[in-house]
Write a protein that binds this ligand. Structure first.
Ligand SMILES: [Zn+2]
Length: 184
């Protein structure tokens, strides 16, 4: 299952191989364009400076909520306030329109466009995840250099790595080397 909010959270990229390199992908035009396209959203790219600041702030507060959830702790009130402010950026209402033939369709629409709407959508995706029964499925990759956010769909929620072939293998190799050192 894919989540808009998780894609957004992972715009804070860290080099999982441990070089310490980190990249704020919200500043990358190409990343922003494909992110918006993937989720069927429209907003000006690159984002204006103050938009960039608000996006960064929203991401930081969401990240801190993910960390709380992962550790089984309560989410901070100030984090929830930020989330609620983002939710309020684009009030939505229902709209009925004529569909195919005799059918009608009901959509949720907003009169707000651009980044405020995108931010409200990110916030609502996160709010949905936070309040769902699946909240325990939000995880951070166990590789300390990576910490990629993912949604654990395994039956018993046992997944530890963002990717078994990458972080999973790397951590296995590291553990093996540590054991060798202890023996030696
Ligand atoms: Zn990872």
């Amino acid at each position: 299952m894919e989540w808009l909010c998780i894609d957004f959270l992972n715009s804070d990229w860290r080099d999982w191989r441990g070089s310490g390199r980190r990249e704020n992908r919200l500043e990358k035009q190409e990343w922003l364009e494909s992110f918006l396209q993937k989720w069927g959203l429209t907003a000006p790219v690159p984002a204006a400076e103050e938009v960039g600041t608000s996006l960064l702030q929203l991401r930081e507060q969401m990240r801190s909520m993910v960390e709380a959830v992962v550790q089984g702790e309560a989410v901070k009130a100030e984090n929830l306030d930020t989330l609620n402010r983002a939710l309020a950026l684009a009030p939505v209402h229902m709209k009925v329109s004529k569909g195919e033939g005799a059918d009608y369709r009901l959509d949720q629409v907003s009169s707000v466009e651009g980044w405020p709407y995108v931010m409200a959508r990110i916030a609502s995706s996160f709010a949905e995840l936070l309040t769902s029964q699946d909240v325990q499925r939000i995880k951070l990759c166990d590789n300390d250099d990576c910490k990629w956010v993912f949604f654990d769909e395994s039956r018993n929620r046992v997944r530890r790595w963002c990717d078994d072939k990458m972080c999973g293998n790397l951590m296995k190799v590291r553990r093996f080397r540590e054991r060798q050192k202890e023996k030696g």
